[in-house]
Design a protein. Sequence first.
Length: 311
Amino acid sequence: MTNTANKILITGGSGFIGSALVSKLSRNKNNEIHVLDIEEPKINLDAKYEKMDIRSHKIQKYLQKVNPNKIIHLAAQASVAISSKDPILDNDVNVGGSLNILKSATELNLSQFVFFSTGGAIYGEEVGKKFNEDNIVNPQSPYGISKSSFENYLNYYSSKFNLPSVIIRPSNVFGPGQNPFGEAGVVSIFGKKMLDNEPVTIFGTGDEYRDYIFIDDVVDFIEKIIGNNITGTYNLCSGQKTKTIEIFGLLKKIIDYQHEPIMSNSREGDIFGIELDNSKASKISNWKPKTKLLEGLNKTISHLKNENIYK
Ligand SMILES: NC(=O)c1ccc[n+]([C@@H]2O[C@H](COP(=O)([O-])OP(=O)(O)OC[C@H]3O[C@@H](n4cnc5c(N)ncnc54)[C@H](O)[C@@H]3O)[C@@H](O)[C@H]2O)c1
């Protein structure tokens, strides 16, 4: 055991949000970062890496060995589309795997358990409504259901074991490092296809809208949550709605892409639109999203031009 003030375990630390969090949190020399993931990190991370499935029976032993005082739980089946095709896998990872982590976590002396749920897929939809954390959840996909279920488990274990917990409900996070070949993350997917001068498909009419938040603003909020031992449930979002066709148009301009999108049927489980309220998160340590959409898109495209970490 070292003298570090914070021993933080980040599950899913090799993924998009996880890598950005590890990079930022490891810059603070009071933090000792551990990453647990089934995938190797794609970039050089200043962290102790363990290749393990969150569903493994070895989790309990691993957690006892590392003995973190904070866990940030990101590892998940993170695609709505995959959850619709394979709800059993989605449940297995997002509920079973998460519970496997949580159950063993209750045996530790944790000062915080931070869970990445979903803001975009948990509330359902109602045109014109901006959802806040007090609204009743009404998930419309197996992914939303599994995230919501684990929120219930976390609330239960949190009160039963006096475990300080945080539920983060992010909107659509985008930025450098997001997999452009994945099932989710339109900015990177569209951007990469445009850069390669390939056709871009929009699922739906293009008028579907989401709340897009830049990765640095997500990391910034988590840093504040961790630094101040904050608990509770928070939407983590920009507070702005943007249509898919607007994202397409902005990227088209940045990249000077010459083609129109191919329109296809919307995918099962995808809702038409979601708007989220970030006032509760904004009251936390003066956090507010700093990156404007256009600035974030430009940063993402610059990075996509140079990166080769996927494929
Ligand atoms: N990116 C977004 O817009 C967004 C929005 C809302 C919520 N979230 C949630 O935030 C978290 C991180 O999302 P992301 O965009 O970084 O996704 P990601 O797919 O890039 O990262 C997820 C990581 O989890 C790992 N993982 C998957 N199954 C695992 C398992 N069984 N055992 C161990 N590791 C496993 C993957 O290897 C990957 O590195 C997820 O829980 C996701 O549901 C993301």
